[in-house]
Every structure is written in structure tokens, then in C-alpha cells.
Design a protein around this ligand. Structure first.
Ligand SMILES: [Zn+2]
Length: 385
């Protein structure tokens, strides 16, 4: 029985030409599914055995060849067919646990031909099991085709610490503020090479910017991510190596209280206008936002530490820390403060001053950010429930 007889008019054909799966650095695996016209689709994973399920409403699959997709090391087999519901399904057998980092359709204006691009990122078995659906009926993500020009941008705000009248740590001729600006510019240049990434600096010259303005900048730009860069001096002990801070739980509560008392509540959370809300309601909304953001900030800190560790073989002996830093207090933007090294450590200072080291560090930081971004995006549909 054909789809036409079941009354489906929006039927799309799978187009073998241009469809592929390939393994790419950073992103894991990319799958392209060409079809004759855009139709609603949904994507999820299933465990035991590990599979990626892609469903369309609806696509026919004449001419589908498994070999096009099994060129990727991550995919061991592909099948496709019609479902009773009128939807049609593609099943990709996965060689390893993978998360859906992103998925989106672009439609060619001249031909109306649609391309679904799915990016998969490597993960571990536990996280795969946590995100995989128990049954196909639960947690279905339905996305309708959208134009490529409206594709979401991943907005990163880099915050070089200090500047202007506040040089930060000073050791000899080296100023923390200057070193962090150089580092931020280098990270920006690397990030700009990634598609779909927008990068902004809270300062791009040697000027003073208040902590509050740094956070406001991130809000004004609707940032998805805020990374503050420092290399402070520690007076007690002999700290060295990269350390990443997130806002501490107790600090979160105080910050929530302080933020809720502010006059310009509209700035605090996007999407929710808190002006006119009483303090109690504001506090609850900010708590809810933070409930979601706190674990995401921690995941980000982990990803960055992992990437730096992978690049240099070592980080600070206690690389993940929590503190009450003002720049980390945006309740709705995952935020970390990276102490690239400590200027009070002679060996760290030499590294921070070295352009070669800064390049390696920048690349590692970018790898960590992109790793986090892909796995964070995969969890987004679950958070919205
Ligand atoms: Zn600093």
C-alpha cells in the first residue's frame, strides 16, 4: 500500500545523490539526508542496541543504499521503511554511544529540495543511556523545516579580565589584563572559523569595564555562553595550572537575592519580563533559571578542564572550583571563570607570556567549548519538558 492511498499529500522522496555520513574532527559524525521536499521530522536515540532513529512525515526511500552511510565509523547499518502512523523511519545502527548535537533542515530556494543535517557527538554509555528513549512514544522532538538563514547562532561572550585602571595581577612588566586580552583575541579568532558561532569580547582594548557591565553585555547579546579569562596571583600556597570556576551553590542563593532586588529586572532573564513582578516571584523565576543553568555551567567547566588536560597532560591539582564571583552571576547563561594559570607561579607566568603556549591553550579551550556545546544541545529537548 502506498502513502498516496493513505491520504498523504506532503510526500517527499529520499534522494541518494548528495546524501552521506562522514566522521569529522570535533563534531563526531555528520549525516546528510537529501529529500525532494521539506517535511516534519523527529530524531531520537534508542539503547540496547544503540540506534539513531530519524522519522519523517513522510519520505519514501527508493534508492537508499546502506554503503553511503556506513562509510562513517560510527554507523554499522541503515534501514528504512514506512510506519503505520503515516510517518516513515530511518534506523542507523551505531557502533558507539553518540548524542544528537544538532539537527536542522535547509531547503534550496530554486528546487525546494531539502537537506537534513544531523551532527552526532561521541559520548559515554551512561550518558547515552540517560538520553536514549525507552520507547518511541516518549519525548519525541518534532521539528518543522526552517530556512537556513534563520539557523540559530551559538553566541559566545569572552570576557578578558581587568583592563584600564585595573591591570589585574602585575608581575614585572606583565599585566594580567593585557595577557588576557591577547588570549581572548586568539580564542575569538579560532572560534570564528566554526560555522554558526558568533563571538564577542566584553572589551577589545585596554579599558576598564565594570563586572556588572560584563554580565550585561552577555545578556544584551543573548549569549549562550560566558567565559571570563583570568590569571590571578595567589598568595597562599603555590598554586599552578589551569583552574575553572563556576558559581558556588551558596553564592547562587545570595546572588539570587541580590539580583531580585535590582531595579532593572528586565535585564536579568530573557524571555521573562520581571519588571513589575514582586520580589518573591522574581526570586522564584531566577531560581528556576539557575536550576537549569548551574549543571550546564558545571558540565562546561568539566569539558574545558578535560580539553586542557588532553592538550597539556596536566591542570591544577584541584581544577574545578566554585566561588562567589560577580561575573558568574547571570542566572540564565552558563558561565565559567577560567584561571588559565597563576601569575604568581614562575612556570605559569612563562607559559602565559609565550605566544605558542597561548595558541595551544586557546585551541584546547575551543575544543572544550565545542564539545560542551554539542552535548548540551543534545540535552536541550529534554530540559524544555
Ligand atoms: Zn584576574
Amino acid at each position: 500500500m502506498g502513502f498516496a492511498q493513505e491520504g498523504f499529500s506532503a510526500l517527499s522522496r529520499f534522494i541518494p545523490n548528495g546524501s552521506y555520513a562522514r566522521d569529522v574532527v570535533f563534531s563526531g559524525t555528520e549525516i546528510s539526508i537529501q529529500h525532494s521536499q521539506g517535511v516534519p521530522f523527529r530524531i531520537y536515540t534508542l539503547d540496547a542496541p544503540k540506534r539513531l532513529i530519524v522519522e519523517f512525515n513522510a519520505v519514501t526511500f527508493a534508492g537508499l543504499e546502506e554503503a553511503v552511510f556506513t562509510r562513517s565509523q560510527s554507523i554499522t547499518g541503515v534501514r528504512a521503511g514506512a510506519l503505520k502512523s503515516g510517518w516513515s523511519r530511518m534506523v542507523f545502527d551505531l557502533a558507539r554511544p553518540m548524542l544528537v548535537g544538532s539537527a536542522g533542515v535547509t531547503v534550496a530556494p530554486e528546487t525546494a529540495q531539502a537537506e537534513l543535517i544531523i551532527r552526532l557527538t561521541k559520548t559515554d554509555h551512561d550518558r547515552f543511556a540517560a538520553t536514549a528513549k525507552k520507547t518511541a512514544a516518549q519525548q519525541t522532538v518534532v521539528t518543522t523545516p526552517r530556512d537556513a538563514s534563520n539557523a540559530d547562532q551559538f553566541v559566545i561572550v569572552l570576557d578578558p579580565g581587568h583592563g584600564g585602571i585595573d591591570p589585574g595581577a602585575v608581575v614585572g612588566a606583565a599585566h594580567e589584563g593585557d595577557l588576557m586580552l591577547s588570549l581572548a583575541r586568539e580564542i575569538r579568532d579560532i572560534l570564528r572559523k566554526s560555522d554558526g558561532v558568533q563571538v564577542h569580547l566584553t572589551r577589545d582594548e585596554d579599558v576598564f569595564v565594570s563586572l556588572e557591565d560584563r554580565v550585561s553585555t552577555a545578556h544584551a547579546l543573548s549569549a549562550d555562553l560566558f567565559v571570563s579569562l583570568h590569571a590571578d596571583i595567589v598568595t597562599d600556597g603555590q598554586a599552578f595550572g589551569t583552574t575553572v570556576y563556576t558559581l558556588s551553590e551558596t553564592a547562587s542563593d545570595e546572588a539570587t537575592a541580590k539580583l531580585a532586588l535590582r531595579h532593572d529586572r528586565g535585564e536579568i532573564l530573557f524571555g521573562v519580563d520581571l519588571r513589575g513582578a514582586d520580589d518573591e516571584v522574581s526570586g522564584i523565576l531566577i531560581d528556576l533559571a539557575r536550576l537549569e543553568t548551574t549543571p550546564r555551567s558545571k558540565e562546561l567547566a568539566d569539558a574545558v578542564v578535560d580539553a586542557v588536560l588532553m592538550e597539556f597532560g596536566r591542570v591544577n591539582s584541584r581544577p574545578i572550583r566554585h566561588a562567589n564571583f560577580s561575573v558568574l552571576k547571570a542566572p540564565d547563561i552558563p558561565s565559567i571563570l577560567v584561571e588559565a594559570g597563576f601569575m604568581s607561579s614562575k612556570q605559569d607566568l612563562e607559559k602565559l607570556k609565550s605566544p605558542e603556549w597561548r595558541t595551544r591553550f586557546s585551541r584546547a579551550l575551543v575544543a572544550g567549548i565545542l564539545d560542551w556545546y554539542l552535548s548540551d544541545a543534545a540535552l536541550a529537548p529534554l530540559r524544555r519538558q
